[in-house]
Design a protein around this ligand. Sequence first.
Ligand code: FES
Length: 129
Amino acid sequence: MAGKGPYSEKVMDHFQNPRNMGEMPDADGTGRVGNPTCGDLMEVYIKVNGDKLEDVKFKTFGCGAAVATSSMVTEMAKGLTLEEALKITKQDVADELGGLPPIKMHCSNLASDALHAAIKDYMEKKGGK
Ligand code: FES
């Protein structure tokens, strides 16, 4: 509870020092989602080993909250099985960050949606079509 501004310290930390930001040229799956509310874009890349997420990276053209939530989601997802990672919700991400201002909740949608899209992309490719 640092009473400064609408963002928790954790949000500010992830915003200022995003984890796992950047592209992954050899990704096993890529998820790309646009935010209908604000028009911002988010991409998440995953590297899969067995049924686990070995590495997760993101790139976003979104706002600060989008940067913080995607940074957090990559940290949360790494090491999880694909099934577990598919269960991460925007609420989990926001909770993990110590809460987000309600007006920014749609931004955390981007992060979890893009992660889920990347996993589905991987599964489709693996489905061998
Ligand atoms: Fe667009 Fe936050 S305002 S992602």
